[in-house]
Design a protein around this ligand. Sequence first.
Ligand SMILES: Nc1nc2c(c(=O)[nH]1)N[C@H]1C(S)=C(S)[C@@H](COP(=O)(O)OP(=O)(O)OC[C@H]3O[C@@H](n4cnc5c(=O)[nH]c(N)nc54)[C@H](O)[C@@H]3O)O[C@H]1N2
Ligand SMILES: Nc1nc2c(c(=O)[nH]1)N[C@H]1C(S)=C(S)[C@@H](COP(=O)(O)OP(=O)(O)OC[C@H]3O[C@@H](n4cnc5c(=O)[nH]c(N)nc54)[C@H](O)[C@@H]3O)O[C@H]1N2
Ligand code: SF4
Ligand SMILES: [Mo]
Length: 734
Amino acid sequence: MLSNIEERFRSHQGPLTESLVRSPGKFGLGQVPVNVSPDATTSSVCGYCSTGCSLKIHLKDGQAVNLTPDPGYPVNRGMACPKGWEALTPLAATDRALQPQIRETRGGDLKPLDWTGAAQHFCERIQSIQEAHGKDSVAFLSTGQICTEEMALLGALAKFGMGMTHGDGNTRQCMATAVRAYKESFGFDAPPYTYADFEESDVIVLIGSNLCVAHPIMWQRVLNNPNSPEIIVVDPRMTETAMQATQHVPLRPKSDLALFYGIANRLIQKGMIDQDYIDRHTSKFEAFAAFVGQFDLEKTLEVSGLPADDFERLVDKIGMGQRVSFWWTMGVNQGHEATRTAQAIINLALMTGNMGRPGTGANSITGQCNAMGSRLFSNTTCLPAGRAYSNEADRQYVAETLGIDESCIQTEPGWAYDQIIDGIESGKIKALWVIATNGAHSWIDQNRFRRLMGKLDFLVVQDIYSSTDTAEYADLILPAAGWGEKEGTFINSERRIGLNKKVRYAPGEALSDYSIFRLLGAAWGGLDWLERWHSPEAAFQMLKKLSIGQPCDFSGITDYSMIDESGIQWPFPSPNDGDFDQERRLFEDGAFYTSDQRAKFVWDLPVPPPETVSARFPLELITGRGSSGQWHTQTRTGKSEILNKINPKTNYVEVNPADALEMDLQSEELVEVMSRRGKCVVRCVVTPNVSRGQVFMPMHFVETNRLTLGAFDPHSRQPSYKHCAVRIRKQVEK
Ligand SMILES: Nc1nc2c(c(=O)[nH]1)N[C@H]1C(S)=C(S)[C@@H](COP(=O)(O)OP(=O)(O)OC[C@H]3O[C@@H](n4cnc5c(=O)[nH]c(N)nc54)[C@H](O)[C@@H]3O)O[C@H]1N2
Ligand SMILES: Nc1nc2c(c(=O)[nH]1)N[C@H]1C(S)=C(S)[C@@H](COP(=O)(O)OP(=O)(O)OC[C@H]3O[C@@H](n4cnc5c(=O)[nH]c(N)nc54)[C@H](O)[C@@H]3O)O[C@H]1N2
Ligand code: SF4
Ligand SMILES: [Mo]
């Protein structure tokens, strides 16, 4: 069997071990571009957030030794945030996963094994579980943080090759709402903006979006705006961004939907709508207008908790602005009625004609470096390039392009993340393959998640570190190369496809996710079509082909070298566009991707959040990003001494001074925070930045999701991370 795997793999890519681990990328190591010496500088798109900054990588003997922000890239123009500056540091951490490891007994120690043994073990275990319980008893959970080519290969391998029906990504935690909202309203998952819109608006409305912390370089683009724009921040908290806004709208948590309907109603009453745009480019406005009639001033103010003057000011700024742009992030996407809330924002942009012109748009800001790649190409919610599982012509085209049998393609997308987790509880899912995500920290209602990890027959964790919270439960750990150690593309928030280069060797025997998937595919057997995926750039060529005729068509990009300098935004259907603009927005012609080419007004009655405060749990818990130097579960940023100096070291809860007084709490003392699902002891930070009755905890520490409630938006199935009821107690010294 061993030599068989080696043989099959060799026929696909050459020798298995040393040369694979040490293989050069097209641009990096040993094969830097023509005319670039091994001690020169190259560039690569950052591997943290969706802004997609380019970093100049300084090489010595072909290996990255330092980096600086790229002054020539149209996104960041010479700027980077602390995480970007420190991007190389986590690669050298001492807890990198260096070789495959196996845990033979539950709770036992991990033992090293070689790649051939690991691939063989993976296939034997998965195949035997599938034989006993059905192919759909094995699922995968992946990520918005690996290259598009890797996501697409995983999707093809797991679903078409290994027959896993169910697979989803951490983008469900993050972008599922925007995807769903755009699909219904515009006919395709298509964020319409370009970053220049930050600079061209005269009114910028940020909803549930803390740019200063979560997208600092986008915030810099806002600061570049020469029009002294109105900056309105709609957020229950006085965030770092709200502090610098011209108006902070501190609405009650989860009252956005009623507030936006109230704004729509008031705009109609005041005649501040663009009837011409509505008539020419939208559908269902009249019914929408009739619906929002019930959201009168009194009701809107009561639900949102806003003073009348603040509300009128907000309405007038939106109504009178010439170029109004609306931007939203997790304060919207992570809610119990998130999809309709995102669409209520889209409705406001449509009815005021703020679409398709410079400085306008209903703009969802993405989170992770390649969340957009995952939305379009991971094969989870849709077939590659936004094609539909349920569409026969799409299935045929995908099968033909990838050289697979059409019968391998399921006719429905499969389960979402929460359904996969429920499937473990009900015994349907027996094995799970987790790639580049750390659910034992980041998934909602963590105590349950952890209990269910223990219930699996087989858990595979593929990560760059062997020390993650999720790896604690793993039966098999597959060591991955990280950002900078492999090549491929990312798609950023403004739809820009950018290039990642291999500028360092991964440590030990760690392999790029791409190589791991190919290796496992070779070991699985019978998947000759994988030969087409012989390199990331070969995959890129197939993805181009899959995108032809779709709104995201980028088949005009010839090869990687064309996007090396400044990236290219989709759509880019023809290479003859040669002289393409560096900044391009969608819908400039008013034609949307729906069958009648009109954008659709979509709405629903607001409903109360699933958990409300009570005498026992009187406080509303909001969670989110804490600081610009912390990334999610901190497996990477936690490894940087520099970032650790600027980041909070331990978890904390922010409490309003009036509530603190009532509970006799002081800053820095330890308090117990408890919800119906769990409790933890953290530092108390007394601050007026949270309103009375509300508290805030950052997501970067593991305790926070012990408290959160497993509630979901019914349309997108995205978790409602930002709202549940808790109580706080003074921690009595023992
Ligand atoms: N430094 C850093 N940057 C990051 C990340 C990181 O971990 N660290 N993660 C990246 C990722 S994946 C993502 S998705 C983005 C997230 O970026 P953001 O969404 O900007 O960050 P969050 O802090 O999660 O949430 C934004 C705001 O929503 C507010 N909010 C809570 N409830 C409500 C509500 O009911 N209504 C409204 N209007 N607002 C509400 C919160 O108070 C918070 O200030 O950041 C990306 N950038
Ligand atoms: N309470 C609360 N919880 C939240 C949120 C919130 O606002 N509040 N936000 C949610 C959101 S928006 C998101 S996006 C999620 C993020 O949640 P996660 O995806 O769980 O967070 P990360 O820490 O980014 O996990 C990525 C993992 O991939 C590994 N990794 C990095 N690069 C590579 C690579 O190239 N290959 C492989 N194989 N592994 C790699 C890292 O070491 C890490 O273990 O958290 C969600 N959880
Ligand atoms: S803003 Fe985002 S993409 Fe830019 S350097 Fe920071 S983490 Fe990287
Ligand atoms: Mo995210």
